[in-house]
Design a protein. Structure first.
Lengths: 297, 297
């Protein structure tokens, strides 16, 4: 029997791309919301003996946690042979230390929660900063695909004179790899964070700006303020309008509009989170890592 | 050392009532929401060796599940001697069977989820229908207080000529007990449910209506449609405007306004869910059951 892929509603387009790559059958998962804040997950009942793969992107993880748990447990109750999770965006990874006394250590707690429900996990570019890799967080097989090759490919085709900028030191790992693959120059700016939304960026002296079209690359745009400040800094230095590329289109609140208003020539993202800005598909990379991690047969 | 009670924000008033009854110290729990759907729970760090009691009412259980889990695990990480949960309203109890094939069995799954996080649980009148008691759902010590005595007391003081009505057979258990304690007559109507919001009520012939002020009593008002129909039926029979009494003020969407618009003379609830209609305190009953169930010393 073929493996089964069951997508939470906003991930159905990606599931349709993944299913043939994984040799899986895409079936429907329903997630119904009640006005009292409860919800009801319904699976196809015929899962006995099958490898079941859930596809859920973990933006809004609080809202998704219990439905995910219920879905995994129900698949097991229906006799699934294995229950895996493809989470193209893995939430909570930024809360990787107690920034103030008493805070919950959300990154390992969330990982443990997922590890109790699923047999394996595959994701794309988790925001690993203090945790060097997923195996430090997960007791189950957990691995990630790097989006750098598909981003470098997109840049090569669409912005051949790109000059890459990383808005802060945390973006270094992504920018350096994309720059290497795209064979384009890059520069990483320094960020000083003051509270949740106030972010200052200091731009080092550089001649790089005059070399082509600026492309600002980051793994996540959440409040969007990091992108906004970087756009403002480049603009103040007389650069051309920059293209903003993000792996994960979190775009909380008015982030997307704020980045456009700050003068972005264009905003481009991968499809790890469904958004109008999606132009780069991670499906082939994600299928590869899921097949290996989940030992999909 | 005194036990510690930590309330989720909307439960702080009830925690202030419970703390002296439990001989507990009320400390602050912070629950901060980020615009990307993540949140951060912060506890007082000095919990080592103490009995920790969380107070969270489980309306909106999807949104609360992960913060509850994180809070419990963090209290353990800080050395709590025990970690209990007072959940004055226990969500998900109505999903106690697969009404259609493939549905998650939410009531036992939610109970299991809570049982993994907490050492014991105390609640008020859970909606137990197909599950006869909490011990069938929970592997941890779990017990409930019945609000009937405080409701009967309130009715005796405020509506001495009350004639009680239960809107459907599921309300029988609550109405019969309140009527017995208040020494007032009661009658239970028959409900035929058609889908989520469409509910029909058939009123049996009765002389009871002419005996006093109608009081419609139910454990939960969620969509409010059951209350609305019952009000309409009583009105069509020429009864006086009825008082609506509910244990749990779930009131999803416009439920509260709909019940008022249907002609309720007054809507009264207990404080298991914080709401403007709260007039009856469950604090003493809840303190008793929590002390016994959690073996609070």
């Amino acid at each position: 029997m073929k493996p089964v892929i069951l997508a939470f509603p906003d991930m159905r387009p990606l599931a349709a791309d993944l299913a043939p790559l994984l040799g899986a059958e895409q079936l429907d998962l329903a997630w119904r919301h009640f006005p009292d804040g409860e919800s009801l997950v319904t699976l196809p009942p015929d899962l006995a003996g099958r490898e079941v793969i859930f596809l859920a992107t973990l933006r809004d993880p609080d809202r998704l946690a219990l439905p995910l748990r219920f879905a995994a447990e129900t698949a097991r109750a229906f006799g699934a042979q294995s229950v895996g999770l493809i989470a193209p965006y893995l939430g909570y990874m930024r809360q990787d230390k107690r920034f103030h006394p008493g805070e919950a250590l959300s990154a390992p707690l969330f990982s443990a929660f997922l590890g109790e429900s699923f047999d394996w996990l595959a994701t794309v570019d988790p925001h690993l900063h203090r945790n060097p890799d997923l195996s430090r967080l997960f007791a189950i097989p957990a691995a990630h695909a790097a989006a750098a090759p598909v981003i470098a490919d997109w840049i090569g085709k669409n912005i051949p004179d790109a000059v890459l900028f990383g808005p802060d030191s945390e973006s270094q790992q992504w920018v350096a790899e994309v720059a290497r693959l795209a064979q384009r120059p890059y520069e990483v700016l320094q960020k000083i964070r003051r509270g949740d939304r106030a972010v200052e960026v200091s731009l080092p002296d550089s001649d790089t700006l005059r070399g082509g079209t600026p492309v600002i690359l980051d793994d996540i745009a959440s409040s969007g303020q990091t992108m906004v400040r970087t756009l403002q800094h480049l603009d103040a230095l007389g650069a051309n309008a920059a293209v903003c590329v993000v792996i994960h289109a979190v775009f909380a609140g008015s982030a997307y509009e704020d980045i456009l208003a700050a003068g972005a020539a264009r905003i481009v993202s991968t499809n790890t989170i469904t958004h109008d800005s999606n132009e780069i598909s991670v499906a082939p990379l994600l299928a590869d890592v899921a097949r290996k991690t989940g030992r999909i047969t």
